[in-house]
Design a protein around this ligand. Structure first.
Ligand code: NAD
Length: 259
């Protein structure tokens, strides 16, 4: 059986860890030619080695998504190596201190969250759309937003950066639909990755506490988020655009009765 992304050239940002690394492995398992990008060169090289050990094809590129020129160079390198671009997965993201209140967030926090979580996505979308248009249209953009972009979920300033990209997903999908370009996001709940200093990953107690308020009773695994991105990137989702897909164990659906 051919994979869902057989022969497709997929750029994935934030590929050195967590969801990005899981997506590199999963997309490559599904036949993609993966261009794995991260600000952390050693981490992204580790990801590419893991993909290769799995029998997949991947290229490591150092990229800072806050810098438009760096993102343009990333897409140029993908095209120089693999001749085209089919999927741009804007996944890189950061947060601030766990438990930080709205009033605690500094201007520096706001600037960083905006530069990476919003600016990085905008740079990725622009670079991809330019390339998709040069190829004659078509192509898929996927963004890792967050359940915090859909509902109130603590980390208010972080949530506002993710709300910006859920809005961007809808608006941009409409703007580029006529050129056959699709734009969707995945909106995961808490995942045990290196995110936010890796607090959830490091603590079994924190995972249990978090799992307890998710209707399905567990945290989201990075590979489950990557699987939703795989679907949205693939031709199975050929008629889906402008969607912010929760991957949250039912968290954004409401409060379960009886709890
Ligand atoms: N982990 C969670 O609980 C959670 C929940 C909801 C949404 N998300 C989102 O999922 C996405 C992936 O996060 P993760 O959990 O895998 O975190 P992670 O910290 O494990 O991985 C993020 C990766 O992004 C890279 N990165 C950071 N800044 C960058 C930049 N300027 N340019 C390029 N790369 C950069 C990091 O080096 C790291 O490898 C993020 O967008 C995050 O906001 C995470």
């Amino acid at each position: 059986m051919q994979g869902l992304l057989h022969g497709k050239v997929c750029v994935i940002t934030g590929a050195g860890s967590g969801v990005g690394r899981a997506a590199c492995l999963l997309f490559a398992e599904h036949g993609a030619k993966v261009v794995a990008a991260d600000i952390d060169t050693a981490a992204v090289e580790e990801t590419v080695a893991a993909v290769a050990a799995d029998g997949g094809e991947a290229l490591a590129v150092q990229c800072d998504v806050t810098d438009a020129a760096s993102v343009d160079a990333l897409v140029a390198q993908a095209v120089a190596t693999f001749d085209r671009l089919d999927v741009m997965y804007n996944n890189a993201g950061v947060t601030t201190q766990p438990g930080q209140t709205f009033m605690d967030a500094s201007d520096a926090d706001l600037e960083k969250l905006t530069a990476v979580n919003v600016g990085g996505v905008i740079h990725g979308c622009k670079a991809a759309i330019r390339q998709f248009e040069a190829q004659g249209g078509g192509g898929a953009i996927v963004i890792t937003a967050s359940v915090a972009g859909l509902i109130g979920f603590g980390g208010v300033v972080y949530g506002s950066s993710k709300g910006a990209v859920t809005s961007l997903t809808r608006g941009l999908a409409l703007e580029v639909a006529g050129r056959g370009i699709r734009v969707n996001s995945v909106c995961p709940a808490a995942m045990p990755t290196n995110f936010g200093g890796g607090v959830l990953k490091a603590s079994e107690a924190a995972q249990q506490h978090t799992a307890a308020y998710h209707p399905l009773g567990r945290v989201v695994e990075p590979r489950e988020c990557a699987a939703a991105a795989l679907f949205l990137a693939s031709d199975l989702a050929a008629n889906i655009t402008g969607v912010n897909l929760p991957v949250d164990g039912g968290l954004s659906a409401g409060k379960p009765l009886g709890r």
